[in-house]
Write a protein that binds this ligand. Structure first.
Ligand code: UD1
Ligand code: CA
Length: 452
């Protein structure tokens, strides 16, 4: 959308979180609440985004470094109206401005788009998102006249008994005409029960100035639920998790247990992939079609081709080719490029290594800083010894090598094409093509030793 700016209020302390961290820096599905709101404003197309900070302002600003947002400082939290006054210089007379909150992370760009469209179609001075709820305690109440026209917002604490019965509540989210908001801010006072400058007072002020004011009721109250404590934080996580899971399921991904699957926003998953319980899929992870992920697997910034199976595994910043099976209990560390139709079995760790197609690493093996070719067989308990206490060295293993069980490959070292390593060997010299390296003591049997 064009000609729209956003002001995000994030100055409050959030004492009920009982935390050293500013409230808006708590995360919902892997992203801070305030970043979520910034991203939603960006998704809508907001040109300028101003975040009003106050409590632990530096920390909040630091967390948004590089986000292309501006900041206004509210030194003392004297109310939502006062918070917006601090951002006055960001209000453009000729543009609409949305008011959002750093602790209301579930608001969707779709709903905001509907609000702005409604606002423009009706030519309102300000438009409010409202909702009709059973328990309206604590919220601002939308007061209408007999013919249903908007009259004013009254805060719960200031409401008369009759006004308290009203079920239409103010979400606190508005779309203002920039010019109308600017004029109204000058007229807001703190003459109320809480002694605060209430932003909702702007609604009545704008109405009295002769402009149209109205509220657009939405059904999904959860979208503007604020997070004030850790119970509400857990609820926000649940709602966001379900929202993301639903998007994937509607795209053809099977999720066995939606309660138990955590997929962060930017993850992409192909059709017919099945996610088993206990998975956390994070960062820019991309998963192909027909994969089987989990149970109990954490993937961070991973790239999986089609038909990959990964179970009980932690993997990060690496690639896995099609048809490869990983786990149970594997650990794939950054900068690994694992090819196609490979088997990475139990208790195998791979770090900063390339592994060629068709290779088998079935159990209890460490492959670090290695260039591993195709069709190689790793015996149980192979270790690439890549570190001498100061420097790291590479191990090179060419195609069709066979490594017996419990071998140490002390880098830098190369096992040439088609060579063999005998079980129990500690290899310190290159092994020529097609030869067998045996590097262990011969067995001696001492007759009758036990009798002596
Ligand atoms: C506000 C609305 C109320 C609405 C409700 C919806 C006001 C006066 N009331 O009530 O009509 O129904 O939201 O949730 O606006 N903040 C600042 N600086 C301040 C004060 C607040 O940044 O000086 C931020 C807070 O961090 C918080 C948000 O604004 O995120 C809401 O402030 P709060 O005072 O809690 O208003 P509510 O009582 O929730
Ligand atoms: Ca509140």
């Amino acid at each position: 959308m064009e000609n729209i700016n956003a002001i995000i209020l994030a100055a409050g302390e959030g004492t009920r979180m009982k935390s050293r961290l500013p409230k808006v820096l708590h995360e919902v599905m892997g992203k801070t609440m305030v970043k979520r709101v910034v991203d939603t404003a960006k998704e809508l197309g907001a040109e300028n985004i101003c975040v009003v900070t106050g409590h632990k302002a530096e920390e909040v600003q630091e967390s948004l470094r590089g986000e292309n947002v501006e900041f206004a400082l509210q030194k003392e939290q004297l109310g939502t109206g006062h918070a917006v006054m601090q951002a006055e210089r960001f209000i453009d007379d000729s543009k609409d401005v949305l008011i959002l909150y750093g602790d209301t992370p579930l608001i969707s760009a779709d709903t905001l788009k509907r609000l702005v469209e409604y606002h423009r179609n009706e030519n309102n001075g300000v438009s409010i998102i409202s909702a009709v709820v059973e328990n309206s305690e604590g919220y601002g109440h939308i007061i209408r006249n007999k013919s249903g026209a908007f009259v004013k917002n009254v805060e719960y604490k200031d409401a008369t008994d009759e006004e308290k019965l009203v079920k239409e509540i103010n979400s606190g989210i508005y779309c203002f005409k920039g010019s109308s908001l600017k004029k109204a801010l000058k007229l807001i006072t703190n003459d109320n029960v809480q002694g605060e400058y209430y932003l909702p007072d702007a609604l009545e002020i704008i109405l009295r100035s002769g402009e149209k004011v109205n509220a657009m009721a939405i059904g999904n109250v959860a979208e503007f639920a604020g997070v004030n404590n850790r119970v509400q934080l857990a609820q926000a996580n649940r709602i966001m998790r379900e929202r993301i899971n639903e998007r994937h399921m509607l795209n053809g991904v099977t999720i066995i247990s939606t309660e138990n699957t955590y997929i962060y926003d930017d993850v992409k998953i192909g059709m017919d992939t099945i996610i088993y319980p206990g998975c956390v899929l994070e960062g820019n992870t991309v998963i192909g079609e027909g994969c089987s992920i989990g149970p109990d697997t954490r993937l961070t910034d991973m790239r999986l081709a089609d038909n990959v199976a990964v179970q009980y595994t932690v993997a990060m910043e690496s690639e896995i080719g099609s048809g490869t099976k990983v786990g149970p209990f594997a650990y794939i560390r950054p900068n690994s490029k694992i090819g196609e139709n490979i088997k990475i079995g139990d208790f195998v760790e791979v770090k900063n290594s390339v592994i060629g197609n068709g290779t088998k690493v079935s159990h209890l093996t460490y492959i670090g800083d290695s260039d591993v070719g195709e069709r190689i067989n790793f015996g149980c308990g192979t270790v690439t010894v890549n570190y001498d206490g100061k420097k790291k060295y590479r191990t090179v293993i060419e195609d069709d090598v066979f490594i017996g069980c419990n071998a140490n490959l002390v880098a830098p070292v190369t096992l040439k094409k088609g060579s063999y390593v005998a079980a129990g060997s500690t290899i310190t010299k290159d092994v020529p093509e097609k030869s067998l390296a045996v590097a262990r003591n011969r067995q001696q049997n001492i007759d009758g030793w036990a009798k002596k």
